[in-house]
Design a protein. Structure first.
Length: 113
């Protein structure tokens, strides 16, 4: 089991930026972020492997960037050009292969004027 500790959520105006961080208790192959908006299903946002391979949901491509510091077991999510529809609870995830096996507690991101 991997413990995940997230930070960095908050309130931002449309067009603004936020950076989320997540530190894992040990090294794991894949880390990433899911999100869940009110009344919607939880959805994949982006993931990154230890080797640096990434994938993104189409709606965030070009606006969000995931990166990783393997020495710190930490993953970062830089979110730019935020839109109201990005409002959600963002969950850090860890996976040995692809499907998440461990989840963080979640951090709220609210995009509103």
């Amino acid at each position: 089991q991997v413990q995940l500790v997230e930070s960095g959520g908050g309130l931002v105006q449309p067009g603004g930026s936020l950076r989320l961080s997540c530190t894992a208790s040990r090294s794991i192959w894949r880390m990433g972020w899911y999100r869940q908006a009110p009344g919607k299903q939880r959805e994949l946002v982006t993931t990154i492997t230890r080797s640096g391979s990434t994938d993104y949901q189409d709606s965030v491509k070009g606006r969000f960037t995931i990166s990783r510091d393997n020495a710190k077991n930490t993953v970062y999510l830089q979110m730019n050009s935020l839109k109201p529809e990005d409002t959600a609870v963002y969950y850090c995830v860890a996976a040995a292969f692809y499907a998440p096996t461990d989840w963080g507690q979640g951090t709220q991101v609210t995009v509103s004027s």
